[in-house]
Design a protein around this ligand. Structure first.
Ligand code: HEM
Ligand code: HEM
Length: 216
């Protein structure tokens, strides 16, 4: 797709790969846990933890819209986001930014609590030996948090469908190919060099799996 005033690249390739990988790893983590395949579940979980670390690093070293400093966290903008007269001029909407941060924090907490959990029968997570007296607390937190994740994902998908169908913004195409398809907003041009990001994403996602395989 060609770059012009309406159509500028905003999401770099590593960020788009991050999003697809995130969806796959969340589906893998939840379905393996629900099928009681905890040996497999731990690999999905630690890969997801690595992916979250990637996103945190990419928030400092990625291109403009991947960086946390491009996030619009203004409460005034957030309150006006749904009014017809809102004058938000950034591609990053405040509610979108809040939800990104909350989803990442919940995923981080689920993954970390998982590392210390146990099913009390056949499976003890890799770090559960460090806090043996707290294992049931970690497991409780781990089991509760996934309900928050369901709610957040539900809201996320509904919000995306609202922008896509009601506001006709082609936001899904945007996260697939990275192009903005928007006129009225000031857009910063990004100069992406994706290889380092892809390399970082692969290293951080796969090395926790390899470490776990090595110690098992
Ligand atoms: C497991 C399910 C999902 C999770 C955990 C998730 C998480 C996220 C996160 C964290 C972001 C922010 C990206 C960033 O700046 O780092 C995001 C953006 C986005 N997601 Fe998802 N997502 C999920 C499923 C989906 C699905 C199914 C769709 C499509 C229907 C979708 C469409 C989008 C779009 C279009 C954006 C970009 C929003 C924008 O332009 O501001 N997501 N998602
Ligand atoms: C860091 C790696 C992870 C480890 C070692 C781990 C470990 C565990 C363990 C031991 C259980 C069984 C708890 C019980 O029997 O009550 C469990 C359940 C579960 N985990 Fe994880 N987990 C990890 C990451 C994740 C992630 C990232 C997610 C979601 C994205 C997740 C979602 C679930 C779900 C949905 C259950 C089933 C809870 C239920 O049956 O109600 N886990 N996990």
């Amino acid at each position: 797709m060609k770059e012009n005033i309406r159509n500028k690249k905003i999401w770099d390739l590593p960020l788009r790969l991050f999003h697809i990988s995130l969806i796959l790893l969340v589906i893998g983590s939840i379905s393996s846990a629900k099928m009681n395949m905890l040996d497999l579940h731990q690999y999905f979980g630690v890969a997801l933890l690595g992916l979250v670390f990637f996103r945190i690093l990419w928030g400092f070293f990625g291109t403009y819209y991947s960086r946390f400093r491009s996030f619009n966290l203004s409460i005034v903008d957030a309150l006006s986001q749904f009014s017809k007269t809102n004058n938000i001029t950034s591609i990053r909407t405040p509610i979108g930014c809040y939800s990104t941060i909350i989803i990442m924090m919940v995923l981080l907490s689920i993954s970390v609590s998982g590392l210390f959990s146990s099913d009390d029968i056949l499976y003890d997570a890799p770090l559960s030996f460090l806090t043996p007296n707290l294992t049931s607390d970690w497991t409780y937190i781990h089991n509760i948090l996934h309900y928050f994740l369901y709610i957040l994902i539900g809201i996320h998908v509904l919000a995306i469908l609202y922008y896509q169908i009601v506001k006709k913004m082609k936001i899904i195409e945007r996260v697939l190919d990275g192009y903005s398809r928007i006129e009225k907003i000031n857009i910063v041009s990004i100069n992406e060099k994706p290889l380092i990001g892809i390399f970082l994403l692969l290293i951080l996602t796969f090395s926790p799996i390899l470490i776990l395989l090595y110690f098992n």
